[in-house]
Design a protein around this ligand. Structure first.
Ligand code: ATP
Ligand code: MG
Length: 218
């Protein structure tokens, strides 16, 4: 890895990765101009009662298919290779040790960020990276501000059209990006796949093909 890079990170179960994830990543990338953007499938997501339906191997392969061909975007096995519960604090610590000169930007949807106070090593984990919160249907930024008043001082609203306020913000900030991402969820994709419905318009074609070929959610 090069030193001093701006590195975006999008963590998730990616069971499977879908067009909402890609739109969220694209919005963050457009505003914050990353040198690299890593998509990190979790091994065992700490906040879920059930294990992911697809194996880590399949979730990583689908993630790699979804980002193939986009310059700077990569699927990362850092959490799958570490094993155990996938805590963002551990991931940010490990990446920071590998690349102390780089700046990290951890991207989440608004629904995920609304629960940040329950994440392991909150609030210290907010010192390890900028956080980038992307609008998601069902969770407004007003709700996030109301739930997390103690974080209001470091929240910066950014517009996809005029990113200058965000590019100038101090470290560590919490960027709120009001992008219009498609209202897709992995839960819905799994349900449709199980029902034999088409997945066009929800996941990249290569991912739809992979799900069909391996009968992942049948
Ligand atoms: P599931 O339905 O299984 O929970 P999901 O669609 O929420 O799946 P995750 O893997 O849980 O996908 O999400 C990973 C990250 O991507 C989270 O931070 C989540 O908020 C964000 N995200 C997922 N879908 C969208 C979307 N449509 N718009 C914006 N952010 C999204
Ligand atoms: Mg989710």
């Amino acid at each position: 890895m090069t030193t001093g890079s701006r590195i975006g990170l999008l963590g998730g179960t990616f069971d499977p990765i879908h067009l909402g994830h890609l739109a969220a990543a694209r919005a963050a990338d457009r505003v914050l101009r990353f040198d690299r953007l890593l998509f990190i499938p979790s091994n065992a997501p700490p906040h879920r009662p059930d294990s992911p339906r697809a194996s880590g191997y399949h979730r990583l392969r689908m993630t790699a298919l979804a980002v193939a061909g986009v310059p700077g975007w990569e699927a990362s096995d850092v959490e799958l290779a570490r094993g155990g519960a996938s805590y963002t604090f551990d991931t940010l610590t490990a990446l920071g040790e590998l690349e102390p000169a780089s700046q990290f930007f951890f991207i989440t949807g608004a629904d995920a960020f609304a629960e940040i106070a329950s994440w392991r090593r909150y609030p210290e984990l907010l010192e390890l990276a900028h956080f980038v919160v992307i609008a998601r249907t069902g969770t407004s930024f007003d709700r996030i501000r109301a739930r997390l008043p103690q974080l209001a001082v470091r929240m910066v609203a950014c517009d996809v059209g005029s990113p200058s306020a965000c590019l100038a913000a101090p470290f560590p900030s919490i960027f709120l990006i009001n992008a219009d991402t498609p209202d897709v969820s992995s839960t819905d994709v799994r349900r449709r796949a199980a029902a034999g419905e088409p997945l066009a318009g929800l996941v990249p074609d290569a991912v739809a093909g992979y799900i069909a070929e391996h009968q992942l959610y049948a």
